[in-house]
Ligand binder design. Structure first.
Ligand SMILES: NC(=O)c1ccc[n+]([C@@H]2O[C@H](COP(=O)([O-])OP(=O)(O)OC[C@H]3O[C@@H](n4cnc5c(N)ncnc54)[C@H](OP(=O)(O)O)[C@@H]3O)[C@@H](O)[C@H]2O)c1
Ligand SMILES: *[C@@H]1O[C@H](CO)[C@@H](O)[C@H](O)[C@H]1NC(C)=O
Ligand SMILES: *[C@@H]1O[C@H](CO)[C@@H](O)[C@H](O)[C@H]1NC(C)=O
Ligand SMILES: *[C@@H]1O[C@H](CO)[C@@H](O)[C@H](O)[C@H]1NC(C)=O
Ligand SMILES: *[C@@H]1O[C@H](CO)[C@@H](O)[C@H](O)[C@H]1NC(C)=O
Ligand SMILES: *[C@@H]1O[C@H](CO)[C@@H](O)[C@H](O)[C@H]1NC(C)=O
Length: 364
């Protein structure tokens, strides 16, 4: 398995795509900047603001819960928020952000383009709607949420019809223009396979005005470590944002792999956390940070939001890191391939995804 994964990554990333470099877009300054600042802890970042190693996840945070979560997170020291149009709560997130009392350039907002807005003419209006809901003049990072285009206005009752005529490259080029227009500092991708990433990298490095992905947000946690895939990104200066960093705590994943225990009840993690006098979520998130990924735990409870931030102070020994590596289960909890009817399947060549691409490569 490890060998086939390596083969897949080698074939399509390490060999065909040499180390790429890209120049960063200018740092924007906001009219909203002002001097009124309350002293807060700024976990692990250095100016000019790079993506902070921990952020607040916002999927499934409903209505005013989202507002209060943003308020609680900022109050305890978070300066990074992971939003998306598809979470249907950006107005509530925006209400929380209006309370943030530091300059806009001192905190980080990510949002995501939904599948129904992949047609190039729909991309900028989608971002403008997000900016208006979030009540902010620009984003730090705008991600293509999935490498899947849906028909924009489907008939009633059919909300995920694949749009075969819009490619990820068509959409990416429209996203590049958002950076040129200063509507977002950076752009990136989410849920891409190595081959899909290849498509973007080949174009962004060679085309005039091309902008390469700043970050790739995908599912990765102790039960789906994808170490080689993570390390490939870091080596090539693409940040990895680890979503569902608490593994299977997201209740929408219930029943997806019922053989895997809740990570809170996993004896290995309980033992490890107890040894260090920290909680299991702090240990799991601390590992995510120490391996170089950005973690974005979601909670709507102030106590947990604060607890999770404690992960920035966690430090594992080399031996502990090696023990954790042995705990990988290679299980993926979030794969809408079947539900959406995506062809070819998502996550080709990756753990917990389709192996079809690997097989094709071996036949060459
Ligand atoms: N790009 C994508 O396609 C994509 C996909 C999935 C997720 N994401 C992003 O990643 C974020 C995080 O992933 P996620 O929401 O799937 O899962 P997660 O953050 O790994 O886990 C969230 C769950 O854990 C609970 N929880 C949080 N902290 C806890 C603690 N200290 N102790 C006990 N329980 C705790 C939360 O409950 P309470 O809220 O009730 O406290 C919630 O049910 C999302 O919110 C979203 O921003 C992106
Ligand atoms: C804004 O902050 C104040 C003071 O901390 C708090 O009382 C209020 O609930 C917050 N408002 C929102 C919308 O979060
Ligand atoms: C974007 O910001 C840069 C740097 O502040 C500025 O030079 C440029 O004119 C801006 N572009 C647009 C389209 O506003
Ligand atoms: C998922 O499982 C947890 C823990 O057993 C439970 O508290 C929660 O209600 C379940 N959620 C759903 C949506 O089934
Ligand atoms: C926790 O500490 C004990 C005692 O030192 C050790 O035997 C055990 O292996 C540790 N557990 C983990 C998961 O590191
Ligand atoms: C973390 O632990 C390593 C050795 O295990 C040590 O070299 C390093 O200084 C520690 N870092 C912090 C911030 O404590």
């Amino acid at each position: 398995m490890l060998n086939t994964l390596t083969a897949a990554l080698t074939c399509c990333l390490l060999l065909t795509i040499p180390a790429h470099t890209f120049s960063l877009p200018p740092i924007l300054t906001s009219n909203e900047d002002h001097d009124h600042q309350k002293p807060i802890k700024h976990p692990k970042h250095h100016p000019p603001l790079d993506i902070p190693f921990i952020g607040l996840g916002l999927w499934n945070s409903k209505g005013s819960d989202a507002t209060h979560a943003v308020d609680a997170a900022f109050g305890t020291g978070y300066i990074h928020f992971d939003s998306a149009a598809a979470y249907s709560n950006e107005e509530y997130v925006g209400s929380g952000l209006t309370n943030v009392s530091i300059p806009r350039s001192s905190y980080w907002i990510t949002s995501k383009l939904w599948n129904t807005a992949h047609q190039p003419s729909l991309v900028e209006p989608a971002l403008r709607k997000t900016l208006s809901d979030l009540q902010t003049p620009y984003l730090d990072l705008y991600l293509m949420h999935w490498p899947v285009a849906f028909v924009p206005n489907p008939p009633k009752g059919r909300n995920s019809i694949i749009d075969q005529d819009t490619s990820i490259l068509n959409t990416w080029r429209a996203m590049e223009s958002l950076v040129h227009k200063n509507l977002t500092r950076y752009i990136g991708v989410s849920n891409f396979s190595p081959r899909q990433l290849d498509t973007i990298l080949a174009a962004c490095k060679t085309e005039k005005g091309g902008i390469c992905p700043y970050a790739h947000e995908f599912e990765t946690h102790p039960y789906l470590q994808q170490t080689e895939f993570v390390e490939w990104h870091l080596k090539h200066d693409i940040k990895v944002i680890a979503y569902s960093p608490l593994a299977n705590l997201n209740p929408t994943y219930n029943g997806t792999h019922s053989d895997v225990p809740s990570i809170l009840e996993d004896p290995f993690w309980q033992d490890l956390a107890a040894n260090k006098s920290i909680t299991v979520p702090q240990a799991v998130l601390g590992w995510g940070i120490q391996r170089g990924t950005v973690v974005i735990p979601k909670s709507v409870h102030a106590k947990r939001i604060k607890e999770n931030l404690g992960a920035v102070d966690v430090n594992f020994t080399g031996l502990e890191m090696a023990r954790i590596a042995e705990e990988d289960r290679r299980v993926r909890f979030n794969d809408p391939t079947k539900g959406w009817g995506v062809e070819p399947p998502l996550f080709e060549g990756l753990d917990g995804g389709s192996n079809r691409f690997v097989v094709e490569q071996e036949e060459l």
